[in-house]
Design a protein around this ligand. Sequence first.
Ligand code: AHG
Ligand code: MN
Ligand code: MN
Ligand code: MN
Length: 354
Amino acid sequence: SSSESIDTDIITLSRFIIENQRNFQNAKGNLTLLLNALQFAFKFISQTIRKAELVNLINVQNHSISINSTGDVQKKLDILSDEIFLNAMKSCGVVKILVSEEQEDLIIFNTVEGEDETSYAVCCDPIDGSSNLDAGVAVGTIVSIFKILPETKAKYADPNELTKNVLRTGHDMVAACYAMYGASTHLFITFGDGVDGFTLDNNLGEFILTQPNLKIPEQRSIYSINEGNGYNWDESILEFLKFLKDPKSEMNKSTKSPYTARYIGSMVADVHRTFLYGGIFSYPCDKKNPNGKLRLLYEAFPMAFLMEQAGGKAVNDFGERILDLKPTHIHDKSSIWLGSTDDIDKYLKFIHDK
Ligand code: AHG
Ligand code: MN
Ligand code: MN
Ligand code: MN
């Protein structure tokens, strides 16, 4: 009968949050409010991207091309998604600070009266992979979440004091997630106790738990890097890739076959594939981007947190753990190598032996 083939007791993200709320330290329901607003933003952005071609949001000739604070061209959907995200965070009443790739300065909100001590700082990349938008390739939204520092409470009027809430190491994040708008819309989230994967059911309008406690495979011979930047790389990175591509190298002695290349150009999509299939994703420093291209607060940190929680690793070019880093400016960048433990260990051994 149909009742046998249809699960009538599915776990939605809302149910998951309610059931796990007791595990969130001092959350007092505020994290639930924040996650509801996040879900809404992801659904809204997802819808907007799927309609983009029909309502003229792509291939638009920008008469006045705008550039954001990290030097990227802003597309119409970058700005629209930023607005959607900002409004969702502003209205939920529990977000004190918002950092966005598309906003030069941090944004300060008024939280619900008396709730400032239990409010959050949220950092986001509203659309990751925006250069892929016009081609209909998967893009996403990346988010990191910090709890407001109690000692800054008395200094709320001073923006410099408030910035300290996000100039912290990655270990201070209480949650991180990304939504990927691909063939389906996926949501991977961590609260520091593993990673859970959800898929948006468009008819129900709900994120459904599809990958509980997801773990990354320990090894997979896939590398994901923009090799077109090779000319501007440090020689050692070229050498490392040469080893990966050589079936006879020490690095491939267990598989006896070379690594295969996969590079989409949306961090979200490349990292999503890495979670599911394994392998290495990297964006190293190069002569044009001496500190790497990806931004710490809303790209490297949340992905590193998720990656470690899924059993993988995330380091920079020098082998330092991404979560140990501490930005000095909200849009600071970092080089990154993340993925399966065995594969990242090959990189760590390689730089160590040099
Ligand atoms: P964003 O679209 O948020 O600015 O991020 C772009 C990032 C990231 O998605 C991707 O991994 C990387 O840029 C691709 O850069 P290249 O085109 O230089 O390979
Ligand atoms: Mn950008
Ligand atoms: Mn991005
Ligand atoms: Mn972006």
